[in-house]
Design a protein around this ligand. Structure first.
Ligand code: HEC
Ligand code: HEC
Length: 225
Protein backbone atom coordinates (compact mmCIF):
# COMPACT_ATOMS: atom_id res chain seq x y z
CA UNK A 1 0.00 0.00 0.00
CA UNK A 2 2.84 2.30 0.89
CA UNK A 3 4.32 1.58 -2.52
CA UNK A 4 1.10 2.68 -4.26
CA UNK A 5 1.10 5.87 -2.25
CA UNK A 6 4.65 6.73 -3.25
CA UNK A 7 3.68 6.20 -6.88
CA UNK A 8 0.65 8.42 -6.53
CA UNK A 9 2.71 11.29 -5.23
CA UNK A 10 5.09 10.72 -8.10
CA UNK A 11 2.26 11.04 -10.61
CA UNK A 12 1.02 14.29 -9.15
CA UNK A 13 4.49 15.76 -9.20
CA UNK A 14 5.01 15.00 -12.90
CA UNK A 15 1.50 15.97 -13.92
CA UNK A 16 2.63 19.22 -15.57
CA UNK A 17 4.52 17.44 -18.32
CA UNK A 18 1.93 14.71 -18.82
CA UNK A 19 1.13 15.87 -22.40
CA UNK A 20 4.54 14.75 -23.59
CA UNK A 21 4.08 11.17 -22.39
CA UNK A 22 2.50 8.32 -24.39
CA UNK A 23 -1.24 7.69 -23.95
CA UNK A 24 -0.94 4.86 -21.48
CA UNK A 25 1.84 4.99 -18.98
CA UNK A 26 2.80 2.07 -16.75
CA UNK A 27 4.51 2.70 -13.44
CA UNK A 28 7.00 1.53 -12.50
CA UNK A 29 8.55 0.61 -15.84
CA UNK A 30 10.44 -2.14 -14.06
CA UNK A 31 8.66 -3.89 -11.22
CA UNK A 32 10.82 -5.78 -8.75
CA UNK A 33 8.62 -8.62 -7.46
CA UNK A 34 11.16 -9.71 -4.90
CA UNK A 35 12.26 -13.22 -3.94
CA UNK A 36 10.01 -16.30 -3.82
CA UNK A 37 10.59 -20.00 -3.24
CA UNK A 38 10.09 -22.09 -6.37
CA UNK A 39 6.44 -23.03 -6.77
CA UNK A 40 5.19 -19.99 -4.88
CA UNK A 41 3.42 -17.18 -6.62
CA UNK A 42 5.07 -13.78 -6.95
CA UNK A 43 2.63 -10.90 -6.77
CA UNK A 44 2.84 -7.21 -7.51
CA UNK A 45 0.84 -4.21 -8.63
CA UNK A 46 1.48 -1.78 -11.44
CA UNK A 47 -0.33 1.48 -12.10
CA UNK A 48 -1.57 2.37 -15.57
CA UNK A 49 -2.36 6.00 -16.18
CA UNK A 50 -4.16 7.59 -19.10
CA UNK A 51 -2.05 10.61 -20.04
CA UNK A 52 -4.19 11.65 -23.00
CA UNK A 53 -7.18 14.00 -23.03
CA UNK A 54 -9.60 11.33 -24.30
CA UNK A 55 -11.15 8.23 -22.76
CA UNK A 56 -8.97 5.19 -23.42
CA UNK A 57 -9.96 1.51 -23.34
CA UNK A 58 -7.44 -1.22 -22.65
CA UNK A 59 -8.06 -3.76 -25.42
CA UNK A 60 -5.25 -6.25 -24.94
CA UNK A 61 -2.79 -7.32 -22.27
CA UNK A 62 -0.01 -9.72 -23.17
CA UNK A 63 2.58 -11.37 -20.96
CA UNK A 64 5.74 -13.06 -22.22
CA UNK A 65 5.18 -16.43 -20.54
CA UNK A 66 1.82 -18.04 -19.77
CA UNK A 67 3.04 -18.38 -16.20
CA UNK A 68 2.26 -14.66 -15.84
CA UNK A 69 -1.32 -13.53 -15.15
CA UNK A 70 -2.38 -9.91 -15.42
CA UNK A 71 -5.68 -8.48 -14.29
CA UNK A 72 -6.63 -4.79 -14.57
CA UNK A 73 -9.10 -3.37 -12.03
CA UNK A 74 -10.71 -1.36 -14.81
CA UNK A 75 -10.35 -1.37 -18.60
CA UNK A 76 -11.89 2.05 -19.22
CA UNK A 77 -9.77 5.04 -18.28
CA UNK A 78 -10.96 8.65 -18.25
CA UNK A 79 -8.40 11.37 -19.11
CA UNK A 80 -5.86 11.56 -16.29
CA UNK A 81 -7.29 8.51 -14.54
CA UNK A 82 -5.31 5.48 -13.49
CA UNK A 83 -6.05 1.87 -12.66
CA UNK A 84 -4.20 -0.84 -10.82
CA UNK A 85 -2.92 -3.86 -12.65
CA UNK A 86 -2.36 -6.94 -10.50
CA UNK A 87 0.41 -9.21 -11.73
CA UNK A 88 1.02 -12.79 -10.60
CA UNK A 89 3.85 -15.05 -11.71
CA UNK A 90 3.76 -18.81 -11.12
CA UNK A 91 7.39 -19.61 -10.28
CA UNK A 92 7.09 -23.38 -10.84
CA UNK A 93 10.23 -24.69 -12.60
CA UNK A 94 11.89 -21.27 -12.48
CA UNK A 95 15.26 -20.60 -10.91
CA UNK A 96 17.48 -17.62 -10.20
CA UNK A 97 16.83 -14.24 -11.77
CA UNK A 98 13.76 -14.26 -13.98
CA UNK A 99 12.73 -11.40 -16.26
CA UNK A 100 9.30 -11.15 -17.86
CA UNK A 101 7.51 -8.41 -19.75
CA UNK A 102 3.91 -7.35 -20.15
CA UNK A 103 2.47 -5.30 -22.97
CA UNK A 104 -0.73 -3.30 -22.89
CA UNK A 105 -2.54 -2.12 -25.99
CA UNK A 106 -5.30 0.53 -26.01
CA UNK A 107 -8.21 1.09 -28.38
CA UNK A 108 -6.12 3.52 -30.47
CA UNK A 109 -3.37 0.92 -30.93
CA UNK A 110 -0.84 2.55 -28.58
CA UNK A 111 1.38 0.12 -26.70
CA UNK A 112 2.90 0.44 -23.24
CA UNK A 113 5.37 -2.04 -21.82
CA UNK A 114 6.73 -2.94 -18.39
CA UNK A 115 9.44 -5.31 -17.19
CA UNK A 116 8.87 -7.68 -14.26
CA UNK A 117 11.75 -9.08 -12.28
CA UNK A 118 11.86 -11.73 -9.61
CA UNK A 119 14.35 -13.96 -7.92
CA UNK A 120 13.44 -17.63 -7.46
CA UNK A 121 15.21 -19.63 -4.78
CA UNK A 122 15.22 -23.37 -4.11
CA UNK A 123 12.20 -24.86 -2.35
CA UNK A 124 13.10 -28.10 -0.56
CA UNK A 125 9.45 -28.76 0.36
CA UNK A 126 8.07 -28.50 -3.14
CA UNK A 127 5.92 -31.48 -4.14
CA UNK A 128 6.69 -31.66 -7.82
CA UNK A 129 4.19 -34.27 -8.92
CA UNK A 130 2.02 -32.90 -11.71
CA UNK A 131 3.77 -29.55 -11.52
CA UNK A 132 6.30 -29.84 -14.30
CA UNK A 133 6.85 -28.14 -17.62
CA UNK A 134 4.62 -30.61 -19.48
CA UNK A 135 1.66 -30.67 -17.10
CA UNK A 136 -1.57 -28.79 -16.58
CA UNK A 137 -1.60 -25.16 -17.55
CA UNK A 138 1.99 -25.29 -18.82
CA UNK A 139 1.27 -27.92 -21.48
CA UNK A 140 -0.56 -25.61 -23.89
CA UNK A 141 2.75 -23.90 -24.67
CA UNK A 142 5.46 -26.32 -23.55
CA UNK A 143 3.96 -29.64 -24.73
CA UNK A 144 1.07 -29.34 -27.23
CA UNK A 145 2.55 -27.08 -29.98
CA UNK A 146 5.21 -29.60 -31.04
CA UNK A 147 2.74 -32.43 -31.66
CA UNK A 148 2.83 -33.51 -35.31
CA UNK A 149 5.77 -31.26 -36.27
CA UNK A 150 8.15 -33.02 -38.68
CA UNK A 151 10.91 -30.54 -39.65
CA UNK A 152 13.89 -29.99 -37.34
CA UNK A 153 13.49 -26.23 -37.16
CA UNK A 154 9.73 -26.48 -36.57
CA UNK A 155 10.26 -28.93 -33.74
CA UNK A 156 12.90 -26.67 -32.21
CA UNK A 157 10.74 -23.55 -32.49
CA UNK A 158 7.79 -25.31 -30.87
CA UNK A 159 9.60 -26.98 -27.97
CA UNK A 160 13.00 -25.41 -27.32
CA UNK A 161 13.30 -21.85 -28.63
CA UNK A 162 11.61 -20.27 -25.60
CA UNK A 163 14.54 -21.32 -23.41
CA UNK A 164 17.49 -21.92 -25.76
CA UNK A 165 16.90 -18.91 -28.04
CA UNK A 166 16.67 -18.33 -31.81
CA UNK A 167 18.79 -20.75 -33.83
CA UNK A 168 20.11 -22.45 -30.70
CA UNK A 169 22.19 -19.39 -29.85
CA UNK A 170 21.32 -19.53 -26.16
CA UNK A 171 19.06 -17.35 -24.00
CA UNK A 172 17.69 -18.38 -20.60
CA UNK A 173 19.30 -21.80 -21.25
CA UNK A 174 22.74 -22.49 -22.78
CA UNK A 175 23.54 -22.36 -26.52
CA UNK A 176 23.02 -25.63 -28.42
CA UNK A 177 24.92 -24.83 -31.60
CA UNK A 178 28.29 -26.31 -30.65
CA UNK A 179 27.37 -30.00 -30.44
CA UNK A 180 29.27 -32.67 -32.37
CA UNK A 181 28.29 -35.88 -30.60
CA UNK A 182 24.90 -36.93 -31.98
CA UNK A 183 24.31 -39.80 -29.54
CA UNK A 184 25.07 -37.61 -26.52
CA UNK A 185 22.75 -34.91 -27.83
CA UNK A 186 19.90 -37.35 -28.44
CA UNK A 187 20.38 -38.70 -24.95
CA UNK A 188 20.18 -35.22 -23.39
CA UNK A 189 17.06 -34.34 -25.38
CA UNK A 190 15.30 -37.63 -24.60
CA UNK A 191 16.21 -37.99 -20.94
CA UNK A 192 16.98 -34.42 -19.86
CA UNK A 193 19.75 -33.23 -17.57
CA UNK A 194 18.06 -34.13 -14.30
CA UNK A 195 16.80 -30.62 -13.51
CA UNK A 196 13.12 -29.56 -13.64
CA UNK A 197 14.08 -26.91 -16.23
CA UNK A 198 15.39 -29.52 -18.64
CA UNK A 199 13.29 -32.69 -18.18
CA UNK A 200 13.37 -35.61 -20.61
CA UNK A 201 11.50 -34.57 -23.76
CA UNK A 202 10.93 -38.12 -25.10
CA UNK A 203 7.46 -39.69 -24.95
CA UNK A 204 8.81 -42.48 -22.74
CA UNK A 205 9.82 -39.85 -20.13
CA UNK A 206 6.43 -38.15 -20.25
CA UNK A 207 7.68 -35.57 -22.72
CA UNK A 208 6.14 -34.40 -26.02
CA UNK A 209 8.65 -35.82 -28.55
CA UNK A 210 8.43 -39.07 -30.50
CA UNK A 211 11.67 -40.98 -31.14
CA UNK A 212 11.56 -39.79 -34.74
CA UNK A 213 11.22 -36.15 -33.68
CA UNK A 214 14.24 -36.53 -31.35
CA UNK A 215 16.33 -37.85 -34.27
CA UNK A 216 15.20 -35.11 -36.68
CA UNK A 217 15.75 -32.42 -34.06
CA UNK A 218 19.25 -33.56 -33.13
CA UNK A 219 20.27 -33.72 -36.82
CA UNK A 220 19.03 -30.16 -37.29
CA UNK A 221 20.90 -28.96 -34.18
CA UNK A 222 24.13 -30.56 -35.41
CA UNK A 223 23.76 -28.72 -38.73
CA UNK A 224 23.83 -25.32 -36.97
CA UNK A 225 26.99 -23.19 -37.07
C1 HEC B 1 0.95 -19.14 -23.15
C2 HEC B 1 2.15 -19.94 -23.34
C3 HEC B 1 2.90 -20.41 -22.10
C4 HEC B 1 2.42 -21.06 -21.00
C5 HEC B 1 0.98 -21.45 -20.70
C6 HEC B 1 3.55 -21.31 -20.14
N1 HEC B 1 4.69 -20.84 -20.74
FE1 HEC B 1 6.57 -20.96 -20.00
N2 HEC B 1 7.26 -19.87 -21.54
C7 HEC B 1 6.52 -19.42 -22.61
C8 HEC B 1 7.34 -18.56 -23.43
C9 HEC B 1 6.90 -17.86 -24.72
C10 HEC B 1 8.60 -18.48 -22.80
C11 HEC B 1 9.82 -17.67 -23.23
C12 HEC B 1 9.58 -16.20 -23.07
C13 HEC B 1 9.56 -15.77 -21.64
O1 HEC B 1 10.62 -15.69 -21.02
O2 HEC B 1 8.49 -15.52 -21.09
C14 HEC B 1 8.52 -19.34 -21.63
C15 HEC B 1 9.58 -19.55 -20.77
C16 HEC B 1 9.54 -20.45 -19.71
C17 HEC B 1 10.67 -20.82 -18.89
C18 HEC B 1 12.09 -20.30 -19.05
C19 HEC B 1 12.43 -19.38 -17.93
C20 HEC B 1 11.67 -18.11 -17.99
O3 HEC B 1 10.68 -18.01 -17.26
O4 HEC B 1 12.04 -17.21 -18.75
C21 HEC B 1 10.24 -21.71 -17.97
C22 HEC B 1 11.07 -22.38 -16.88
C23 HEC B 1 8.82 -21.88 -18.19
N3 HEC B 1 8.43 -21.11 -19.26
C24 HEC B 1 8.02 -22.69 -17.43
C25 HEC B 1 6.63 -22.69 -17.51
C26 HEC B 1 5.78 -23.37 -16.56
C27 HEC B 1 6.26 -24.20 -15.39
C28 HEC B 1 4.49 -23.13 -16.95
C29 HEC B 1 3.22 -23.57 -16.24
C30 HEC B 1 3.10 -23.11 -14.85
C31 HEC B 1 4.56 -22.31 -18.16
N4 HEC B 1 5.87 -22.06 -18.45
C32 HEC B 1 3.46 -21.91 -18.90
C33 HEC B 1 5.21 -19.72 -22.86
C34 HEC B 1 4.34 -20.28 -21.93
C1 HEC C 1 11.91 -24.52 -19.92
C2 HEC C 1 13.16 -24.24 -20.52
C3 HEC C 1 13.80 -25.27 -21.43
C4 HEC C 1 13.25 -25.87 -22.55
C5 HEC C 1 11.86 -25.68 -23.11
C6 HEC C 1 14.27 -26.71 -23.11
N1 HEC C 1 15.41 -26.62 -22.36
FE1 HEC C 1 17.18 -27.58 -22.71
N2 HEC C 1 17.95 -26.80 -21.01
C7 HEC C 1 17.34 -25.87 -20.20
C8 HEC C 1 18.27 -25.45 -19.16
C9 HEC C 1 17.98 -24.40 -18.09
C10 HEC C 1 19.46 -26.18 -19.36
C11 HEC C 1 20.80 -26.09 -18.60
C12 HEC C 1 20.71 -26.30 -17.13
C13 HEC C 1 19.96 -27.54 -16.79
O1 HEC C 1 20.38 -28.63 -17.17
O2 HEC C 1 18.92 -27.40 -16.17
C14 HEC C 1 19.21 -27.04 -20.52
C15 HEC C 1 20.13 -27.92 -21.04
C16 HEC C 1 20.03 -28.54 -22.26
C17 HEC C 1 21.05 -29.36 -22.86
C18 HEC C 1 22.41 -29.64 -22.24
C19 HEC C 1 23.25 -28.43 -22.50
C20 HEC C 1 24.56 -28.46 -21.79
O3 HEC C 1 25.44 -27.77 -22.29
O4 HEC C 1 24.66 -29.11 -20.76
C21 HEC C 1 20.59 -29.75 -24.09
C22 HEC C 1 21.32 -30.57 -25.12
C23 HEC C 1 19.25 -29.20 -24.23
N3 HEC C 1 18.95 -28.49 -23.09
C24 HEC C 1 18.46 -29.36 -25.35
C25 HEC C 1 17.14 -28.94 -25.43
C26 HEC C 1 16.28 -29.20 -26.57
C27 HEC C 1 16.72 -29.83 -27.88
C28 HEC C 1 15.06 -28.69 -26.26
C29 HEC C 1 13.77 -28.80 -27.04
C30 HEC C 1 13.31 -30.16 -27.30
C31 HEC C 1 15.16 -28.10 -24.92
N4 HEC C 1 16.43 -28.27 -24.47
C32 HEC C 1 14.12 -27.45 -24.27
C33 HEC C 1 16.06 -25.38 -20.34
C34 HEC C 1 15.16 -25.75 -21.32
Amino acid sequence: MKFVFVLLSFFFSVNVCAEALPHLHIQPETLDMGTVKEGEEAMGTLLIRNNSDTVVTITDIQASCGCTAVEPKSKLLAPGAFTELDVRIDSTVKQGDVTKWIRITDSAGHVAKAILKLNVIENPHLVREGRGLFDGKCASCHFDPVQGKTMGKEIYNAACVMCHGEGGKGAYAPALNGYEDEIALQHLISHGTGTPQMPGFANEEGGPLTQKQVLTLSKWLLSLD
